[in-house]
Write a protein that binds this ligand. Structure first.
Ligand code: ZN
Length: 330
Protein backbone atom coordinates (compact mmCIF):
# COMPACT_ATOMS: atom_id res chain seq x y z
CA UNK A 1 0.00 0.00 0.00
CA UNK A 2 1.29 3.46 -0.89
CA UNK A 3 1.20 6.38 1.55
CA UNK A 4 -1.86 7.86 -0.13
CA UNK A 5 -3.74 4.55 0.01
CA UNK A 6 -2.92 4.24 3.71
CA UNK A 7 -4.19 7.76 4.41
CA UNK A 8 -7.38 7.17 2.41
CA UNK A 9 -8.14 3.74 3.88
CA UNK A 10 -10.81 4.04 6.55
CA UNK A 11 -10.10 0.69 8.25
CA UNK A 12 -8.55 1.27 11.67
CA UNK A 13 -6.21 -1.66 11.10
CA UNK A 14 -4.49 0.12 8.22
CA UNK A 15 -3.55 3.23 10.17
CA UNK A 16 -2.78 1.20 13.30
CA UNK A 17 -0.30 -1.05 11.47
CA UNK A 18 1.22 1.93 9.64
CA UNK A 19 1.76 3.87 12.88
CA UNK A 20 3.43 0.91 14.58
CA UNK A 21 5.72 0.49 11.58
CA UNK A 22 6.66 4.17 11.52
CA UNK A 23 7.34 4.02 15.27
CA UNK A 24 9.63 1.02 14.77
CA UNK A 25 11.56 2.70 11.94
CA UNK A 26 12.02 5.89 13.97
CA UNK A 27 13.06 3.96 17.09
CA UNK A 28 15.44 1.85 14.99
CA UNK A 29 17.10 4.93 13.47
CA UNK A 30 17.34 6.61 16.84
CA UNK A 31 18.66 3.46 18.58
CA UNK A 32 21.31 2.90 15.91
CA UNK A 33 22.31 6.56 16.07
CA UNK A 34 22.62 6.49 19.87
CA UNK A 35 24.66 3.31 19.76
CA UNK A 36 27.03 4.73 17.12
CA UNK A 37 27.43 7.92 19.08
CA UNK A 38 28.02 6.49 22.55
CA UNK A 39 29.02 2.83 22.07
CA UNK A 40 28.03 2.01 25.64
CA UNK A 41 29.05 -1.13 27.50
CA UNK A 42 25.44 -2.13 27.91
CA UNK A 43 22.73 -1.29 25.42
CA UNK A 44 19.08 -2.32 25.24
CA UNK A 45 16.69 -1.80 22.35
CA UNK A 46 13.03 -2.48 23.07
CA UNK A 47 10.58 -3.43 20.35
CA UNK A 48 7.07 -3.09 21.66
CA UNK A 49 4.95 -3.29 18.50
CA UNK A 50 5.29 -7.08 18.33
CA UNK A 51 3.05 -7.13 21.39
CA UNK A 52 0.66 -4.39 20.22
CA UNK A 53 0.26 -5.91 16.78
CA UNK A 54 -0.12 -9.46 18.07
CA UNK A 55 -2.99 -8.34 20.32
CA UNK A 56 -4.83 -6.76 17.40
CA UNK A 57 -3.76 -8.83 14.40
CA UNK A 58 -3.30 -12.37 15.69
CA UNK A 59 -6.69 -13.26 14.21
CA UNK A 60 -5.42 -12.33 10.74
CA UNK A 61 -2.22 -14.29 11.31
CA UNK A 62 -4.14 -17.40 12.46
CA UNK A 63 -7.57 -16.79 10.88
CA UNK A 64 -8.72 -20.39 11.30
CA UNK A 65 -8.56 -20.17 15.10
CA UNK A 66 -11.06 -17.34 14.94
CA UNK A 67 -13.40 -18.63 12.23
CA UNK A 68 -12.24 -15.92 9.81
CA UNK A 69 -11.87 -16.72 6.11
CA UNK A 70 -8.46 -16.48 4.44
CA UNK A 71 -9.96 -13.89 2.14
CA UNK A 72 -11.10 -11.70 4.99
CA UNK A 73 -7.71 -12.01 6.67
CA UNK A 74 -5.69 -11.40 3.49
CA UNK A 75 -5.30 -7.57 3.71
CA UNK A 76 -3.65 -7.86 7.13
CA UNK A 77 -2.28 -11.41 7.04
CA UNK A 78 1.27 -10.07 6.77
CA UNK A 79 1.02 -7.16 9.22
CA UNK A 80 2.45 -9.05 12.20
CA UNK A 81 5.10 -11.11 10.38
CA UNK A 82 6.08 -8.04 8.33
CA UNK A 83 6.70 -6.15 11.56
CA UNK A 84 8.86 -9.01 12.86
CA UNK A 85 10.86 -8.97 9.61
CA UNK A 86 11.43 -5.23 9.98
CA UNK A 87 12.52 -5.66 13.62
CA UNK A 88 14.85 -8.45 12.48
CA UNK A 89 16.36 -6.18 9.82
CA UNK A 90 17.08 -3.56 12.49
CA UNK A 91 18.68 -6.23 14.69
CA UNK A 92 20.86 -7.09 11.67
CA UNK A 93 21.98 -3.46 11.44
CA UNK A 94 22.92 -3.52 15.13
CA UNK A 95 24.86 -6.77 14.70
CA UNK A 96 26.94 -5.18 11.95
CA UNK A 97 27.90 -2.35 14.28
CA UNK A 98 28.81 -4.44 17.32
CA UNK A 99 32.38 -5.51 18.14
CA UNK A 100 32.95 -9.25 17.57
CA UNK A 101 33.16 -10.12 21.28
CA UNK A 102 29.81 -8.56 22.17
CA UNK A 103 27.23 -10.70 23.92
CA UNK A 104 23.84 -10.34 22.26
CA UNK A 105 20.57 -11.48 23.82
CA UNK A 106 17.19 -11.41 22.12
CA UNK A 107 14.56 -11.89 24.80
CA UNK A 108 10.83 -11.56 25.27
CA UNK A 109 8.97 -11.37 28.55
CA UNK A 110 6.14 -13.58 27.21
CA UNK A 111 4.94 -15.32 24.09
CA UNK A 112 1.68 -15.23 22.17
CA UNK A 113 -1.13 -17.49 21.14
CA UNK A 114 -4.73 -17.52 19.97
CA UNK A 115 -6.84 -16.91 23.04
CA UNK A 116 -7.84 -20.60 23.25
CA UNK A 117 -4.26 -21.80 22.76
CA UNK A 118 -2.95 -19.52 25.46
CA UNK A 119 -5.19 -21.39 27.89
CA UNK A 120 -5.64 -19.76 31.27
CA UNK A 121 -3.30 -16.98 30.36
CA UNK A 122 -5.92 -15.15 28.40
CA UNK A 123 -6.77 -11.51 28.27
CA UNK A 124 -9.93 -11.59 26.20
CA UNK A 125 -10.99 -8.04 26.75
CA UNK A 126 -8.95 -4.90 26.67
CA UNK A 127 -10.49 -2.10 28.68
CA UNK A 128 -9.62 1.58 28.66
CA UNK A 129 -11.20 4.57 30.33
CA UNK A 130 -13.18 6.96 28.10
CA UNK A 131 -11.57 10.12 29.38
CA UNK A 132 -13.84 12.81 27.94
CA UNK A 133 -17.11 11.38 29.30
CA UNK A 134 -15.36 10.67 32.58
CA UNK A 135 -14.20 14.25 33.22
CA UNK A 136 -17.56 15.57 31.96
CA UNK A 137 -19.36 13.37 34.46
CA UNK A 138 -17.04 14.66 37.18
CA UNK A 139 -17.87 18.22 36.05
CA UNK A 140 -14.23 19.22 35.52
CA UNK A 141 -14.12 19.21 31.71
CA UNK A 142 -13.32 22.97 31.62
CA UNK A 143 -10.46 22.68 34.10
CA UNK A 144 -8.43 19.88 32.56
CA UNK A 145 -7.14 18.42 29.34
CA UNK A 146 -7.27 14.70 28.72
CA UNK A 147 -5.28 12.23 26.66
CA UNK A 148 -4.91 8.48 26.30
CA UNK A 149 -1.99 6.15 25.70
CA UNK A 150 -2.75 2.47 25.11
CA UNK A 151 -5.05 1.36 27.95
CA UNK A 152 -4.38 4.35 30.21
CA UNK A 153 -5.95 7.77 30.35
CA UNK A 154 -4.33 10.97 31.57
CA UNK A 155 -5.79 14.11 33.09
CA UNK A 156 -3.77 17.33 33.20
CA UNK A 157 -5.29 20.02 35.41
CA UNK A 158 -4.97 23.65 34.25
CA UNK A 159 -3.97 26.38 36.67
CA UNK A 160 -1.42 26.73 39.44
CA UNK A 161 -0.13 24.02 41.74
CA UNK A 162 -2.65 24.70 44.51
CA UNK A 163 -5.68 24.59 42.24
CA UNK A 164 -4.30 21.45 40.65
CA UNK A 165 -3.82 19.74 44.04
CA UNK A 166 -7.42 20.49 45.01
CA UNK A 167 -8.68 19.24 41.67
CA UNK A 168 -6.56 16.08 41.83
CA UNK A 169 -7.95 15.30 45.27
CA UNK A 170 -11.50 15.89 44.10
CA UNK A 171 -11.10 13.80 40.93
CA UNK A 172 -9.44 10.86 42.70
CA UNK A 173 -12.32 10.90 45.20
CA UNK A 174 -14.81 11.00 42.34
CA UNK A 175 -13.07 8.05 40.62
CA UNK A 176 -13.19 6.09 43.84
CA UNK A 177 -16.94 6.68 43.97
CA UNK A 178 -17.52 5.08 40.55
CA UNK A 179 -18.42 1.58 41.65
CA UNK A 180 -19.97 -1.59 40.44
CA UNK A 181 -23.20 -2.29 42.33
CA UNK A 182 -22.34 -6.04 42.08
CA UNK A 183 -19.34 -5.98 44.41
CA UNK A 184 -19.10 -2.30 45.40
CA UNK A 185 -15.50 -2.18 44.12
CA UNK A 186 -14.12 0.90 42.38
CA UNK A 187 -14.05 0.49 38.58
CA UNK A 188 -11.08 2.81 38.02
CA UNK A 189 -7.64 3.06 39.47
CA UNK A 190 -6.37 6.63 39.57
CA UNK A 191 -3.03 7.95 40.79
CA UNK A 192 -1.09 11.19 40.59
CA UNK A 193 2.03 10.91 38.44
CA UNK A 194 4.76 13.37 37.39
CA UNK A 195 4.01 16.93 36.26
CA UNK A 196 0.73 17.17 38.16
CA UNK A 197 -0.94 14.62 35.87
CA UNK A 198 -3.37 11.93 36.97
CA UNK A 199 -3.21 8.49 35.42
CA UNK A 200 -6.42 6.50 35.12
CA UNK A 201 -6.83 2.83 34.29
CA UNK A 202 -9.64 0.30 34.53
CA UNK A 203 -9.16 -2.21 37.31
CA UNK A 204 -8.69 -5.78 36.15
CA UNK A 205 -11.46 -7.09 38.34
CA UNK A 206 -13.95 -4.54 37.03
CA UNK A 207 -17.17 -6.11 35.75
CA UNK A 208 -17.34 -6.24 31.93
CA UNK A 209 -20.86 -4.82 31.65
CA UNK A 210 -23.65 -3.26 33.64
CA UNK A 211 -24.87 -0.17 35.37
CA UNK A 212 -22.46 1.66 37.66
CA UNK A 213 -23.18 3.81 40.64
CA UNK A 214 -21.30 7.12 40.48
CA UNK A 215 -21.36 10.31 42.58
CA UNK A 216 -23.27 11.85 39.64
CA UNK A 217 -25.88 9.07 39.45
CA UNK A 218 -26.07 5.70 37.70
CA UNK A 219 -24.21 5.37 34.38
CA UNK A 220 -23.82 2.46 31.95
CA UNK A 221 -20.27 1.06 32.19
CA UNK A 222 -19.72 1.22 28.42
CA UNK A 223 -20.22 5.01 28.54
CA UNK A 224 -17.10 5.32 30.68
CA UNK A 225 -15.12 2.27 29.60
CA UNK A 226 -14.14 1.28 26.10
CA UNK A 227 -14.10 -2.49 25.71
CA UNK A 228 -12.31 -4.16 22.86
CA UNK A 229 -12.01 -7.84 22.25
CA UNK A 230 -8.44 -8.96 21.92
CA UNK A 231 -7.52 -11.19 19.05
CA UNK A 232 -4.49 -12.78 20.66
CA UNK A 233 -3.23 -13.34 24.15
CA UNK A 234 0.01 -13.60 26.05
CA UNK A 235 1.28 -17.10 26.62
CA UNK A 236 3.96 -17.91 29.21
CA UNK A 237 6.49 -19.28 26.68
CA UNK A 238 8.73 -16.49 25.49
CA UNK A 239 12.04 -16.54 23.60
CA UNK A 240 15.69 -16.35 24.53
CA UNK A 241 18.45 -16.25 21.91
CA UNK A 242 22.02 -15.80 23.08
CA UNK A 243 25.21 -15.20 21.16
CA UNK A 244 28.64 -14.28 22.39
CA UNK A 245 32.09 -15.41 23.52
CA UNK A 246 30.78 -16.96 26.76
CA UNK A 247 27.81 -18.74 25.17
CA UNK A 248 27.71 -22.40 24.16
CA UNK A 249 26.92 -22.61 20.46
CA UNK A 250 24.04 -24.67 19.04
CA UNK A 251 22.68 -25.43 22.46
CA UNK A 252 19.00 -25.50 23.34
CA UNK A 253 18.09 -24.47 26.86
CA UNK A 254 16.14 -27.42 28.28
CA UNK A 255 14.09 -25.46 30.76
CA UNK A 256 14.16 -21.93 32.00
CA UNK A 257 12.02 -19.28 33.61
CA UNK A 258 11.68 -15.58 33.06
CA UNK A 259 13.38 -14.95 36.42
CA UNK A 260 16.56 -16.67 35.14
CA UNK A 261 17.18 -13.93 32.58
CA UNK A 262 18.41 -11.27 34.97
CA UNK A 263 21.03 -13.39 36.80
CA UNK A 264 22.19 -14.89 33.48
CA UNK A 265 22.59 -11.54 31.73
CA UNK A 266 24.37 -10.10 34.77
CA UNK A 267 26.74 -13.08 34.80
CA UNK A 268 27.46 -12.65 31.07
CA UNK A 269 28.19 -8.99 31.72
CA UNK A 270 30.68 -9.97 34.42
CA UNK A 271 28.50 -8.59 37.20
CA UNK A 272 27.58 -10.75 40.21
CA UNK A 273 23.94 -11.70 40.59
CA UNK A 274 22.18 -11.21 43.89
CA UNK A 275 21.15 -13.83 46.44
CA UNK A 276 17.66 -12.37 46.71
CA UNK A 277 16.93 -12.87 43.00
CA UNK A 278 14.38 -15.57 42.25
CA UNK A 279 16.11 -16.97 39.17
CA UNK A 280 19.40 -18.77 38.55
CA UNK A 281 22.27 -18.36 36.10
CA UNK A 282 21.59 -20.66 33.12
CA UNK A 283 24.98 -22.31 33.44
CA UNK A 284 24.31 -25.07 30.92
CA UNK A 285 24.16 -22.58 28.05
CA UNK A 286 27.43 -20.90 29.03
CA UNK A 287 31.05 -21.88 28.46
CA UNK A 288 32.43 -22.28 32.00
CA UNK A 289 36.07 -21.75 31.04
CA UNK A 290 35.43 -18.36 29.47
CA UNK A 291 33.66 -16.83 32.45
CA UNK A 292 34.91 -16.81 36.02
CA UNK A 293 32.05 -17.50 38.34
CA UNK A 294 31.40 -14.59 40.64
CA UNK A 295 30.16 -14.75 44.17
CA UNK A 296 26.68 -13.37 44.52
CA UNK A 297 26.08 -10.16 46.39
CA UNK A 298 23.25 -10.22 48.92
CA UNK A 299 20.98 -7.73 47.15
CA UNK A 300 20.81 -4.84 44.71
CA UNK A 301 17.64 -3.43 46.21
CA UNK A 302 19.47 -0.43 47.68
CA UNK A 303 20.27 0.70 44.13
CA UNK A 304 16.63 0.85 43.08
CA UNK A 305 15.00 4.24 42.87
CA UNK A 306 12.26 4.73 45.43
CA UNK A 307 9.04 3.48 43.91
CA UNK A 308 5.86 5.46 44.28
CA UNK A 309 4.00 2.19 43.96
CA UNK A 310 4.91 -0.57 46.37
CA UNK A 311 3.73 -3.96 45.13
CA UNK A 312 4.22 -5.43 48.60
CA UNK A 313 1.32 -3.29 49.78
CA UNK A 314 -1.10 -4.67 47.19
CA UNK A 315 -3.51 -7.46 47.82
CA UNK A 316 -1.37 -10.52 46.92
CA UNK A 317 -4.33 -12.39 45.45
CA UNK A 318 -5.22 -9.52 43.15
CA UNK A 319 -1.59 -9.08 42.13
CA UNK A 320 -1.36 -12.78 41.33
CA UNK A 321 -4.53 -12.69 39.27
CA UNK A 322 -3.24 -9.68 37.33
CA UNK A 323 0.08 -11.38 36.64
CA UNK A 324 -1.79 -14.49 35.54
CA UNK A 325 -4.00 -12.47 33.21
CA UNK A 326 -0.90 -10.87 31.73
CA UNK A 327 0.54 -14.31 31.04
CA UNK A 328 3.46 -14.17 33.47
CA UNK A 329 2.09 -16.92 35.72
CA UNK A 330 0.38 -20.17 34.93
ZN1 ZN B 1 0.54 -7.50 25.54
Amino acid sequence: MGTRDILMDSRWETSYAAKRRIQLLLNGDLGLHLYRQHQPEFFAFVVYGTDNLAHKFWKYYRPRDFGISEEEAAPFADALTGYYREADRILGEFLELLPQDTTVAVVSDHGFGSAEEAREATVDLETKPRMEPLVRLAGIQDQVSVSSVATRGYVTPFGDARASTTLTKYFLGFLDGVRSPDNDLPVFFGRPIANGMIEVSVRHDAPPLGLLSTPAGPVELTELVEIEERAGSHSPEGILLLRGPGVRANHTVPEMHLEDLCPTLLHLAGIPFADDMDGRVLLDCLLPESLPFRRAVSSYDHLLPRRDHDFAEEDPEMLESQLRQLGYLR
